[in-house]
Design a protein around this ligand. Structure first.
Ligand code: ADP
Ligand code: ZN
Length: 443
């Protein structure tokens, strides 16, 4: 068996650049001829497809935003006749309006290929039994993981999300070796399993592939300990393909981006200027080979960095850091920017609490913003009667204050009292937003 699912993962950087350049040249021609949306944008900037010769010329091209897709609802950006579209999926709608993403036969093939690579990267092959507990349907999670698992010849159990006890029963009865779902759902599965008296250490389960929402290194430790598995990070978004844009290899040190098909850049989200490798900013992706709805320099709003160092696994694709969060999830409290994932990381590193928390941002009329945090005490902390809850509460507040420079009002909640999630967890309740939406002062 070859080391990588696809040989392209081992190309030299120079070979890869040549391939990217060749594909970008074809792409600009393709969108110019087929998509009035891009033709107009190019014309306005006086760019002709012939001006784009090398992948480094990509910076001359305009950005595409989520708003552009929303403005062209439902499918005005389609680059092929509808009869060539074989599937339509949708974003999960975490932020604002739903959008549709169409796939041609080749687009589905591309998606299946990158998902097959993803499984191989974490050592999942045809002998494995893969339980897919991401939601199936319009959301890209379920079907994306499904196609890739079928392609590598694994045994697929398409449980979809939900029905957690049954999920665990199936895991035991069929001997699931690989679990795919959101990290928050993985934790919930562990918790329900404990209530059912399941000993995860004795199950054949050994790998988890988790994504679709931000999570921290500390959360990885928790999940690995509770489920007795190796947990790997997976990144993707519906606009680009779904899951399968980037994922970790066995070394768990950044997610290899499938750069032969999704060209990454990091920009300063304020100015749009490209940033050098290693610096943190907004991820921008170009779909180099997609047919139904290719995107040029798509602004993902996801904040992360790219590591260009070679990886021990031998794959030459650069690696994406953990996604800190989306520019839209960033909480700005009294001028300080915080991501829920940073709060999670501090809480779990102090200990004594479980990775179940809720962040409530509020603003009383004419007052400053307030940040309230509800986090569950861990069972093990509670069972040790000698320890004081008040002392823990203070320790957590101090740690948050010194790490993030924000003051919070932290409440310890009882185990099990914060709502669990079967899909993407909702961590932030922004009451300021509610106020605005209900026709408050600002739009
Ligand atoms: P949406 O949530 O916008 O409705 P998607 O279901 O396509 O649509 O979700 C894609 C988004 O999910 C990404 O842009 C990113 O913000 C988030 N996401 C996906 N995978 C990860 C991950 N591994 N870590 C952090 N965030 C992720
Ligand atoms: Zn690697």
């Amino acid at each position: 068996m070859s080391q990588f699912y696809s040989e392209v993962e081992g190309l030299s950087r120079e070979e890869l650049r040549n391939l990217q350049s060749e594909r970008l040249r074809a792409l600009v021609k393709y969108v110019y001829e087929r998509m009035p949306f891009y033709r107009q944008k190019f014309d306005a900037l006086k760019i002709k497809p012939e001006d784009i010769k090398d992948i480094s010329d990509i910076v001359k091209l305009p950005f595409t935003t989520k708003q552009d897709i929303v403005d062209n609802y439902p499918l005005k950006l389609l680059a092929v006749p509808m009869k060539e579209v074989v599937r339509i999926q949708s974003s999960s709608g975490t932020t604002g309006r739903n959008i549709f993403m169409p796939y041609t036969k080749n687009d589905l093939e591309l998606w299946t290929e990158v998902m097959a690579r993803a499984y191989w990267r974490v050592g999942v092959y045809e002998d494995d039994i893969v339980q897919i507990a991401y939601g199936y349907g319009l959301f890209t999670g379920g079907l994306g993981f499904h196609q890739g698992a079928e392609r590598i010849g694994a045994t697929v159990i398409p449980t979809s999300a939900g029905n957690t006890r049954r999920q665990i029963q199936i895991m035991q009865d069929l001997g699931t070796t690989v679990l795919c779902c959101t990290p928050s759902y993985a934790l919930y599965i562990a918790e329900v399993g404990n209530e059912m008296g399941v000993d995860f250490a004795s199950l054949p389960l050994r790998v988890g592939i988790f994504g679709a929402e931000p999570w921290s290194e500390e959360m990885r430790d928790e999940i690995e300990k509770k489920l007795h598995i190796d947990a790997y990070n997976m990144y993707g978004l519906c606009e680009i393909i779904g899951p399968g844009v980037a994922n970790e290899c066995e070394y768990k040190d950044g997610m290899h981006i499938n750069e032969d098909v999704f060209y990454p850049e990091i920009i300063d989200p304020q100015t749009g200027e490209p940033l050098p490798p290693g610096e943190k900013g907004e991820l921008v992706l170009t779909t180099l080979t997609k047919e139904a709805l290719p995107l040029i320099r798509y602004r993902t709003r996801d904040i992360c960095s790219i590591n260009p160092e070679p990886c021990k696994c031998g794959r030459t694709f650069w690696r994406l850091s953990r996604i800190q969060g989306r520019t839209d999830d960033m909480i700005i409290v009294r001028g300080i920017n915080v991501f829920p994932s940073q709060i999670e990381s501090v809480l779990l590193s102090v200990g004594g609490v479980a990775p179940h928390y809720e962040i409530i941002v509020d603003r009383e009329k004419g007052r400053l913003d307030t940040l309230e945090l509800r986090v569950e005490v861990s069972e093990s902390f509670l069972s040790d009667e000698m320890r004081s809850l008040e002392e823990l509460r203070q320790r957590l507040e101090e740690a948050l204050e010194s790490a993030l420079d924000i003051s919070v009002n932290l409440t310890l909640a009882e185990p099990g009292s914060i709502p669990r999630s079967e899909g993407k967890a909702k961590r932030v309740i922004d009451k300021r937003e509610l106020f605005q939406r209900e026709g408050g002062e600002r739009k």
